[in-house]
Design a binder for this molecule. Structure first.
Ligand SMILES: Nc1nc2c(ncn2[C@@H]2O[C@H](COP(=O)(O)OP(=O)(O)OP(=O)(O)O)[C@@H](O)[C@H]2O)c(=O)[nH]1
Ligand SMILES: [Mg+2]
Length: 317
């Protein structure tokens, strides 16, 4: 199929083709680049929500409830669940499908798991590229679900307009979240599984950490809301908080600023990728191999070799 034709089908939100476009993006080839260039003009309308937190916190269950809530308001929802890179979490995908089955049948919902494992290029880059497809297809809301364990997952969550960190009452969870850098990225927290003991203690712990943290001048104080996603408790409050945050960003001109920041990071990443690809062309890899023996034998340091290769690159050879 011609790239132009595919672009039209994306704009018309033909799900089969939206799905195909995301598969193309996963491969990260040149068609994917052309596609992303073409669809950009139709992006920017969707509101992007990142939902992150420890494994099993109830992120998928919550995503499901929020999507249902938006559907009742006649809003469409695109969901990207990022396949955790760890081979130990192979079961997560199937679980997500089961939990999201209900909304998966709805024509106003698009669900996609990203299998980025083992592919070249950043996990976050491809996920954000895929969100552009959903944006261009006209979804009102885009939800990213990622496990808050690694840097790429945090990057995805940060690329959203509103980032929600889901925690559970289990002891030490809030402390772990703080260590993993989740505290910094949260626009608000959801204490899910509040039906379990220790919910109030956990809320107090998170509030204490938040109070100790130096507040930014932007005057947005992250809230913490209780929820029982499996019983659809707290969903409306969460949706309201998303709306409140959205309005805060808009009235303070911060949405624009945030999106600019994200584009800056994204453009840098693309440029770096282009440079890297260019760098390893022209038999430079072979040149590197030629020098390896010297390095092993102590005749040259890795830095010397690196500088030689880099200077060659700068001189255009
Ligand atoms: N008790 C209780 N269980 C819940 C609640 N929300 C979700 N669960 C259950 O917790 C388990 C994990 O839920 P998921 O929604 O798959 O959690 P997740 O964070 O998406 O998990 P991963 O994507 O694997 O990291 C499931 O068995 C849910 O039914 C809740 O509020 N209370
Ligand atoms: Mg999940």
């Amino acid at each position: 199929m011609e790239s132009k034709e595919l672009v039209e089908k994306i704009f018309a939100n033909e799900k089969r083709y939206v799905s195909r476009a995301i598969s193309i993006i996963e491969t990260g080839n040149s068609i994917s680049t052309e596609l992303l260039k073409e669809i950009h003009k139709k992006t920017g309308k969707a509101y992007r929500i990142g939902i992150t937190g420890p494994p099993g916190a109830g992120k998928s269950t919550l995503t499901n409830q929020i999507a249902k809530f938006y559907r009742k308001q006649n809003k469409t929802v695109g969901i990207i669940a990022v396949d955790p890179t760890s081979p130990f979490s192979g079961g997560a995908l199937l679980g997500d499908r089961v939990r999201m089955n209900e909304i998966g049948m709805d024509s106003g919902v698009f669900i996609r798991s990203m299998a980025t494992r083992g592919s070249l290029g950043g996990l976050s880059k491809k996920t954000i590229d895929a969100a552009d497809v959903l944006d261009a297809a006209g979804y009102d809301y885009i939800i990213f679900e990622t496990v808050g364990v690694g840097q790429s997952e945090l990057d995805i969550a940060k690329a959203a307009d509103t980032t929600i960190v889901v925690l559970v009452p289990e002891s030490g969870d809030s402390i772990q979240a703080m260590k993993a850098g989740l505290m910094e990225i949260a626009d608000f927290f959801v204490l899910n599984k509040s039906d379990r003991p220790g919910a109030d203690t956990a809320i107090t712990a998170v509030k204490t950490i938040l109070m100790l943290r130096e507040h930014s001048t932007k005057s947005w104080l992250p809230n913490i809301l209780k929820a029982v996603a499996s019983e659809n408790n707290g969903t409306k409050e969460i949706a309201d908080e998303i709306e409140r945050h959205k309005e805060f960003l808009q009235t303070n001109n911060l949405l624009q600023e945030k999106r600019e920041e994200n584009f800056r990071a994204r453009i840098k990443e693309i440029v770096e990728l282009l440079i890297r690809n260019e760098l390893w062309k022209n038999q430079r890899e072979e040149k590197l191999n030629e020098h390896l023996k010297q390095v092993v034998e102590g005749g040259a340091s890795p830095y010397q070799v690196a500088e030689t290769l880099f200077n060659d690159y700068k001189q255009g050879s």
